[in-house]
Write a protein that binds this ligand. Structure first.
Ligand code: BGC
Length: 830
């Protein structure tokens, strides 16, 4: 095994120093577990050589901090995050954090953090790359499923508890991506133009809470630019806000490859460049230190932060290695199940279509592309579970022997994978690569033969002599269908993607973000048709290319339609998956190919059709939602998700999740409309502080399902509200909630504050400032107190450069969603 350059050097240094100090000496202070961490750091820092200091601030082996063996500084391993421990084999996989936030459950958030910590420790991991707390600004952001909410308060509370749980479990939490990383399109180059007020009120509070209240030891800077400067080098963001205003004492690491120059990131507040010190290393830093452009104190501060984190977390005091091969852990599975039960949001339930609990329910048809799969988001957040329970498995397990579960596999996005591997052509395809630029023109580099179009060139050049960076690949061949009829062509690529059949363009996409594109053509049996597929890769997302074709399958065969018609209920499992929603590109707003048609068709056959959707956020519902009586938002519910869903569908568990994000009626209603994904690599956050429900309420736009909304199988009554000042200058909002329905269940009560009518500042109509989640038996009443401190009434005053409270009478409303207020009071604040 060859040691990486930095380790070899450190090992050599270690041997030399050991040889000089042969005789036993008293233990140095930094090794004394009982000494104060800062005193240990003071003692250790000067023992590192100048070179070691410049090496340790650049990541090692892609996912670790460099060890310094001679001093006993171990290698500290990292892992993604945030939904399970990726990188080191199979790992328990939890519901997406948008789902965690939908539970509004601080206890379960802490349990999630500590469960991940125990999974991480079992894999020798000391630093988790999560939680991710960016605000869900646009519904189609490919990483919304990893994020928590459109609301900074909810995201901040959940993130804080995740961080606490994780770090109490001995593992560093890394809050990411700092900041304004709210889209994947052009994430590596785009400049997010955001006002300071919107940063302070919307985009930063979740980070601030995780740092100040959760005491997160690590923060990851984002890929994008913020107001003209890359986040990794952004002095305002990193030095002024994070380290200055918030007093962050931990480590600011870069996202992988998010550093772009040495001087900028070194002086701009970055402490650790990941995955390696491409820009922060002895060779690049030494001349800057010599010329005085970088101060030694700046380097020392970075090293101090790394050592402080390592010492405070006990990494020098206990082994950091994996002791045995990790196993599927039933305790983690139980946590994943509990979160999934609380995460699912019942969006619609007309005519009491749910639960499927009556004696008349004897046969349930389950269908759709996500019925018998593991729906999860894609990218670095994807961890591979040891096992998973699909909705089909869950229903079979939970329903009992009296209910027959009848499964019909659906048609949908899975066509691509299957067809890319099985499509047949008349002989091999010719594949020609071109290289060049638009300025210099393109020339043919190479022509080879290809049997089919199913490639992932993520880790290699397509063929020798063809650089991956920007390739243009053209496949040419022909097909000869054996039967006449409609054929579907399906392709996925990044950049420009074009398909022609019979010399006619059927798919043309100049800027494809890895979406699956389909087209249908009518073909005759026995006739040969030329086919051409052209992909101009733009080096932005995955370089994978897939293409396939086949006879358009019927959405349902006659026999399947009959089974649907005769069933007592149908559960249609639709939505996205890791190929369709994930890191690196944004997804479509419409549900994937054929799914709306499938829902309509099934609903026409069977009125008791329940739709279960997997997604990171909202999606197009027009055209199908009115046709079905019940809809559940399942997010990506993790390895136990199918069981949780089955329990909810069958009425064994009462749904209690509430939306952490507004579901708009149509794309045209999204607050960022016209300001996403930006032009000329600039995205203007023109909606400013009016993100999510703040926009809908203030602009008077009716949402489809408002923020904070979710149905239950029981009902709750709200009563007896008081708002009173406390002796320590806060406000206590007290009210009663009674479960006056027929089943036990949990209710999330939400407290919103509206500015005084006399306010001279533009403020949202109302903002979430407190909440409570309580489990209630039938007829049980509970008195809830939510305490509001001064921050509940404040806004950020850009002129003063500080938070301010306008005196006046603030309205305080308590409700079961951001649009359903059951109690109201006021607080006169001076
Ligand atoms: C992602 C980070 C992730 C890192 C390491 C980056 O592409 O943006 O969230 O932690 O990769 O996998």
């Amino acid at each position: 095994m060859t040691l990486p350059r930095s380790r070899a050097l450190v090992a050599a240094l270690g041997l030399a120093v050991l040889a000089c100090r042969a005789s036993a000496q008293a233990e140095p202070l930094y090794k004394d577990k009982s000494a104060a961490p800062e005193a240990r750091v003071d003692d250790l820092l000067p023992r590192l050589t100048a070179e070691e200091k410049m090496l340790i601030i650049g990541g090692d082996t892609d996912f670790s901090i460099m060890p310094v063996a001679r001093l006993g500084i171990p290698e500290v391993r990292f892992a993604d995050g945030p939904l399970g421990v990726r990188n080191w084999g199979f790992s328990p996989s939890y519901p997406s954090t948008a789902g965690l936030a939908a539970s509004w459950d601080t206890n379960v958030a802490e349990r999630f953090g500590s469960s991940i910590a125990s999974d991480a420790r079992a894999r020798g991991v000391g630093v988790m790359l999560g939680p991710a707390v960016n605000i869900m600004r646009v519904p189609v952001n490919g990483r919304n499923f990893e994020y928590m909410s459109e609301d900074p308060y909810l995201a901040g509370i959940i993130a804080t508890d995740v961080v606490k749980g994780m770090q109490e479990g001995g593992v560093v939490a890394t809050v990411k991506h700092f900041a304004a990383n709210n889209q994947e399109i052009e994430r590596g180059r785009v400049d997010a133009r955001v006002s300071v007020r919107a940063m302070e009120e919307i985009y930063l509070p979740a980070f601030k809470a995780a740092v100040q209240e959760g005491h997160a030891w690590s923060v990851m800077s984002a890929y994008n630019k913020l107001n003209g400067t890359y986040c990794s080098a952004n002095d305002w963001l990193n030095n002024k806000v994070l380290k200055g205003d918030w007093g962050f004492k931990g480590v600011l690491m870069s996202d992988w490859g998010a550093a772009h120059d040495t001087l900028g990131v070194t002086n701009g507040g970055l402490d650790l460049e990941m995955p390696s010190g491409a820009f922060m290393n002895p060779k690049t830093l030494a001349p800057l230190l010599a010329s005085g452009k970088v101060a030694q104190a700046t380097i020392d501060d970075k090293v101090r932060r790394i050592l402080r984190m390592e010492i405070s977390m006990g990494f020098l005091d206990r082994p950091q290695e994996m002791t045995s091969t990790p196993k599927d852990d039933p305790k983690s599975a139980a946590t994943a199940l509990q979160i999934a039960r609380e995460a699912v949001v019942l969006l619609k339930n007309d005519r009491e279509a749910l639960p499927l609990a009556s004696k008349n329910i004897k046969r349930i048809v389950v269908l759709g592309p996500n019925a018998d799969s593991y729906p999860a988001g894609g990218g670095s957040a994807h961890s591979q579970p040891f096992h998973y329970v699909s909705v089909l498995d869950g229903l079979r397990k939970v329903a009992g022997s009296k209910v027959k579960i009848d499964y019909i596999p659906g048609v949908g996005a899975e066509l691509l994978d299957k067809w890319a591997k099985s499509s047949s052509y008349e002989g091999p395809l010719s594949l020609t690569f071109k290289g060049g630029t638009w300025q210099t023109g393109f020339k043919d580099l190479k022509t080879v033969q290809d049997a089919r179009i199913d490639h992932d060139w993520s880790n290699e050049d397509p063929v020798p002599g063809v650089p991956l960076k920007t390739y243009q690949a053209t496949w040419k061949g022909s097909i000869r269908p054996t039967a006449s009829g409609n054929y579907t062509f399906v392709v996925r690529g990044q950049g420009g993607v074009f398909v022609s059949v019979d010399n006619r363009n059927i798919i043309t996409s100049w800027f494809c973000g890895g979406d699956i594109l389909t087209a249908e053509v009518s073909l005759e049996a026995g006739k040969s048709y030329p086919v051409e597929v052209n992909v101009n890769y733009d080096d932005k997302g995955s370089p994978a290319v897939q293409f396939g074709w086949g006879a358009t399958p019927p959405l349902l065969t006659d026999d399947e339609a009959e089974r649907v018609r005769k069933a007592d209920a149908v559960v249609a499992c639709v939505g996205y998956n890791l190929a369709l929603e994930g890191e690196g590109s944004d997804r479509t707003y419409e549900l994937p190919v054929h799914q709306p048609d499938l829902i309509r068709k099934v609903a026409a056959l069977n009125p008791r059709t329940v739709v279960v959707v997997n997604s990171g956020g909202s999606f197009e519902t027009a055209g199908w939602i009115d046709k079905v009586p019940a809809v559940l938002e399942a997010w990506y519910p993790g390895q136990e998700g199918g069981r949780a869903l089955a329990e909810i569908l069958l009425g064994k568990v009462n749904p209690s999740g509430k939306l952490p994000v507004t579901f708009e009626k149509a794309w045209k209603d999204t607050p960022s409309l016209g300001n996403y994904p930006g032009t000329n690599l600039t995205v203007n956050y023109a909606e400013d502080i009016l993100v999510g429900y703040r926009w809908f309420d203030t602009k008077g736009v009716a949402p489809l399902f408002p923020f904070g909304f979710g149905l239950s199988y029981t009902t709750f009554h709200y009563d007896k509200m008081h708002v009173a000042p406390t002796t320590d200058g806060h406000w206590a909002v007290t009210f009663d909630v009674t479960n006056n329905g027929t089943q036990k269940g949990a209710e999330i009560s939400e407290v919103y504050v509206s500015p005084p009518v006399t306010s001279k500042v533009m403020r949202p109509v109302r903002e979430l400032k407190g909440f409570s989640r309580e489990e209630l038996d039938t007829d049980q009443t509970i008195t809830i107190t939510v305490v509001l401190d001064r921050s509940a009434f404040s806004h950020y005053d850009e002129k003063k450069g500080d938070w301010a409270v306008e005196p006046g009478i603030y309205t305080v409303e308590v409700g079961s969603s951001s649009r359903k207020f059951l109690l109201s009071g006021s607080a006169e604040v001076d």
